[in-house]
Design a protein around this ligand. Structure first.
Ligand SMILES: Nc1ncnc2c1ncn2[C@@H]1O[C@H](COP(=O)(O)OP(=O)(O)O)[C@@H](O)[C@H]1O
Ligand SMILES: [Mg+2]
Length: 250
């Protein structure tokens, strides 16, 4: 496993008085798929948005690619990218038009070649002239990934990328992500509330609950440490313990 590409130290985000992210610390390495797991409202998206520099942390420190994010946001932004199931590309523009717009935005040196290569990698050859809105849901996710790989990012953030896909297409998307990670030595930060999915794809997972990281490690280690059969079972156990502890404090 490679060197550290992303580091979060005592990261918190408070909205008014509500702690959406509560003093979390973690690192990610080159070539690693780090899964951030947790139920809706756990703080996953808020965390990703801080790591991307889209929202400012209330406190804490983020280092990406060896640089302080607060100081070198622009420089870092050139080498990271993002894809989410909830962000769609303009539906009336064709696949080719969409990708050329982003290629220009990212200042890609040889856009034609780059786009060709990525369409090939993502199995989207032949869709160039189709409006993005007419692609199947699996193709739209892959188009989003294509966009996200245009600038050859070193860190790729994926916020619930497979949550709207049917199981078969979700599985194929995961296979694709794993091969891209291997080929490009990418750091992939992947959020999901689907525990089974995370068990398959992640090198390491972080369990988030109510803004806190309540456990973390390699999926097999986490399962062993908490004497479970699956991540899902372990997570339910930990969530229950956390709830009981909270009730005990009241
Ligand atoms: N802009 C905001 N203002 C107020 N509360 C927010 C805002 N964004 C998120 N939250 C709250 O923070 C918590 C964590 O949200 P989020 O990070 O989206 O969780 P997740 O992605 O794990 O579902 C939720 O309770 C959500 O309602
Ligand atoms: Mg979310």
């Amino acid at each position: 496993m490679g060197n550290i590409t992303l580091k979060a130290e005592h990261l918190s985000k408070v909205f008014n008085v509500f702690k959406a992210v509560d003093d979390i610390c973690f690192e990610a390495r080159r070539g690693e798929i780090l899964g951030i797991l947790g139920p809706n409202g756990a703080g996953k998206t808020t965390t990703v948005q801080m790591l991307l520099g889209l929202i400012t942390p209330t406190s804490g420190y983020i280092e990406a690619l060896g640089m302080d994010l607060a100081r070198y946001r622009q420089k870092i932004a050139r080498n990271v990218n993002f894809s989410s199931a909830y962000v769609n590309l303009p539906a009336n523009l064709t696949v080719s038009e969409n990708l050329h717009i982003f290629a220009r935005l990212y200042d890609v040196k040889h856009p034609e070649t780059k786009i060709e290569q990525l369409l090939d990698l993502l199995g989207l050859q032949g869709t160039q002239r189709k409006p993005a809105g007419q692609l199947s849901s699996g193709q739209q996710i892959r188009l989003n990934l294509c966009k996200a790989l245009l600038n050859d990012p070193e860190i790729l953030f994926l916020d619930e990328p497979t949550s709207s896909l049917d199981p078969d297409i979700a599985d194929r998307t995961r296979q694709l992500l794993m091969s891209i990670r291997q080929e490009r030595e990418l750091t992939i930060i992947f959020t999901s509330h689907n525990m089974a999915e995370m068990e398959k794809i992640s090198d390491r997972v972080l369990f988030m609950l109510q803004g806190k990281i309540i456990a973390g490690g390699r999926p097999t280690e986490v399962i062993q440490r908490y004497h479970g059969q699956s991540l899902e079972e372990v997570f339910l156990k930990l969530a229950r313990q956390t709830k009981e502890r909270k009730e005990g404090e009241l």
